[in-house]
Design a protein around this ligand. Structure first.
Ligand SMILES: [Zn+2]
Length: 293
């Protein structure tokens, strides 16, 4: 399931094909993805120029210039578990930034096709259909149901040790669950929460309250930023590497320190521990009992 770094990589891959360009035609092959698509979805997007691509947590935000007499709107896109975009250049060949995210699909899962005025075609496929798209007014974006409840963006200025401390104080829930709660910090999923706790040397079984002091929140906030920044950099280099090939690109291969490494030696230099898997809130947690306390 794509988390913040993967979504940011997709945003960066899509930006050159969309920003400043006009959507000439939209093909909508079904009425819904995870949720029904907005009414007159294709019609409302047709002829609109894309101002820029943003991101909030795991949402890609396609900011559209106002239609004549209309208002700015934002196309909100969420990749769900298996959503992926493929970009085909105007000459029918793969374009820089062409990539696939998720499992290989087939044309039957190509649900939405955006044809740009310059001939570029952008295809959204999603074989499990947990992704969705919505269209909201620019003025209503912050208050929209997708965005309103989200906590601070972990790579933004509002996120800090202090904001974590404020949210963790007095909370008996495990710190892992608290980090997965999108109201506390936005965009983290199971993989990067495991990785951040490992980097911070904190046990996922600790209560959030026990991490709320200044030293541990500082370590945790720094670990979260570092793990996300590294993963985004890895995604960026993957995009660059594949820009000059035939373009088939898998969900980028990032090496994880603990995630999915049960039974392997901990890779921290001074640690002799072994990565263990436990189940918390019905999901696997990977951690090193020796150096995560
Ligand atoms: Zn260790």
């Amino acid at each position: 399931m794509p988390e913040l770094p993967e979504v940011e990589t997709v945003r960066r891959g899509l930006a050159p094909a969309l920003e400043g360009r006009v959507i000439a035609h939209v093909t909508q092959r079904r009425p819904d993805l995870r949720f029904p698509l907005p009414e007159r979805f294709a019609e409302r997007l047709t002829g609109r120029r894309v101002a820029h691509l943003g991101r909030r947590a795991k949402y890609i935000l396609v900011h559209l210039e106002p239609a004549p007499g209309g208002e700015e709107e934002v196309l909100i896109m969420h990749l769900g578990m298996s959503g992926r975009f493929t970009i085909h250049g105007p000459n029918g060949k793969s374009a820089p930034g062409l990539f696939h995210l998720g499992m290989p699909g087939s044309e039957t899962h190509d649900h939405i096709v955006f044809d740009m005025e310059d001939g570029t075609r952008i295809v959204y496929a999603d074989h499990r259909r947990f992704g969705f798209m919505d269209l909201v007014s620019g003025a209503g974006l912050a208050a929209s149901k997708h965005i309103a409840a989200l906590g601070p963006e972990p790579l933004g200025n509002e996120f800090s040790a202090a904001t974590l401390a404020e949210r963790f104080r007095g909370r008996r829930t495990p710190v892992k669950a608290a980090l997965l709660d999108q109201r506390n910090v936005a965009g983290l999923g199971n993989i990067y929460v495991c990785e951040a706790l490992w980097r911070a040397g904190l046990s996922p079984k600790r209560s959030a309250a026990s991490v709320a002091g200044p030293v541990r929140t500082e370590r945790l906030a720094a670990a979260i930023r570092a793990v996300l920044t590294d993963a985004i950099a890895a995604g960026g280099s993957t995009l660059r590497d594949y820009a000059h090939t035939d373009g088939e690109l898998g969900y980028f291969q990032h090496s994880f320190a603990v995630y999915d490494r049960e039974g392997q030696a901990c890779s921290k230099p001074d640690c002799t521990g072994t990565v263990r898997r436990i189940v918390q809130s019905a999901r696997s947690t990977f951690y090193c009992p020796a150096c995560q306390r």
